[in-house]
Design a binder for this molecule. Structure first.
Ligand code: UFG
Length: 327
């Protein structure tokens, strides 16, 4: 069975490709390398291309017999999406429709889509369940929810079967240190903490200390990227076994505050670094914790990595990469 992984040279996509190959699937990475790295596309064939390029998609679907498509290539910066919504709707919505069109033209009807906790907006309750209110508060979250809705319509109209995985805070790295998290610009807490630990930043900022949480800082549900990858493999099996269109939260079910994350990072790295408390970052919900019971039941998915594993693997990767430029 062959899987086309759009965005397979990015952070989550590359971990999924590595696992797919280990499980015996054929892999074709399709990535425009705007945010991905050629050196991350080590597993399977590589085609440089954009999901908005109909002609190139036509050619890749003609050259490779693809059974399932996975789609990881979205813009993900919440703050940027507020300032430049067009960029988000064009890439995350319009170009995704182009990809779906190309798939339909070539008779491919199985699709796995990277969605996000951001579709829930400010959650009504915690942990969040899949049927809870979805009211995204920024164009990034809206763009993901739009595709989720389109996929339901494709399912009813065209028999197009898909899975949407709503990731909470993806984190950690490949235990073999071959790939890891590296966004440009980096806005995510764990890589920034490790940058501070390694001396690449002079401090870490805490965005808001007056939230109604146990220590006043935001609580997030961090999930190891290989636990996400494992869910994707199960998702492929589910679709290949004839499973219907479905959607799942993917989180650990445990929440940690920013202060707890700082403490854990200092303990694991054995480095002390300066912590600066600043104002809230706009659009941050106080709590985001997933209920992932549905994925556990339907996909027989089990969490294998703890918060310590997340920070240890991320730290090992960070040290391996220190000073190297990714290309
Ligand atoms: N934080 C800091 N200082 C920093 C960076 C982050 O205090 O320098 C805080 C944030 O305010 C937040 C927490 O650390 O409370 C985690 O922040 P991240 O930026 O690492 O992750 P987010 O929870 O903001 O984002 C994640 C995904 C997004 C998704 C969002 C859903 O990375 O793709 O959840 O709300 F949209």
């Amino acid at each position: 069975m062959a899987i086309l992984v759009a965005g397979g040279a990015g952070y989550i996509g590359s971990h999924v490709c590595k696992m797919l190959l280990q499980k015996g699937f054929d892999v074709v990475v399709y990535d425009n390398l705007v945010h991905g790295y050629r050196c991350f596309a080590q597993w399977g064939d590589f085609v440089q291309g954009d999901i908005g390029d109909q002609a190139q998609l036509d050619s890749v679907f003609s050259n490779f017999k693809i059974d399932v498509v996975m789609h990881f290539c979205a813009f993900i910066e919440v703050a940027e999406s507020v300032i430049e919504p067009e960029k988000y709707y064009k890439n995350n919505v319009q170009n995704t429709i182009t990809l779906l069109e190309a798939m339909r033209k070539h008779g491919i009807n199985k699709f796995i889509f990277s969605s996000t906790a951001a579709v829930y907006g400010m959650p009504e309750r915690t942990p969040i369940e899949e049927e809870d209110r979805k009211l995204p508060i920024n164009p990034y979250g809206k763009s993901k929810l739009m595709i989720e809705e389109i996929l339901d319509d494709y399912s009813s109209a065209y028999g197009f079967r898909s899975i949407r995985f709503r990731y909470f805070n993806a984190a950690g790295a490949d235990p073999e240190r071959e790939i890891g998290e590296a966004h440009v610009p980096e806005t995510h807490l764990i890589p920034l903490l490790l940058d501070a630990a390694i001396g690449r930043r002079k401090d870490i900022k805490v965005f808001g200390t007056d939230y109604e949480t146990q220590d006043g800082t935001c609580v997030r549900d961090y999930i190891h990227v290989n636990d996400l990858a494992d869910a994707h493999i199960r998702g492929v099996d589910y679709l290949l076994d004839g499973g219907n269109t479905n959607y799942f939260n993917l989180g650990s079910g445990s929440g940690f505050t920013v202060r707890e994350m700082i403490q854990t990072a200092k303990k694991i790295t054995t480095k002390d670094f300066a912590v600066v408390e600043t104002d809230r970052r706009p659009g941050d919900p106080p709590y985001l914790i997933a209920c992932s019971d549905k994925a556990q039941k339907k996909l027989d998915w089990k969490l294998q990595h703890s918060l310590e594993d997340i920070i240890i693997t991320a730290w090992n990767w960070h040290q391996t990469m220190a000073g190297r430029k990714l290309v």
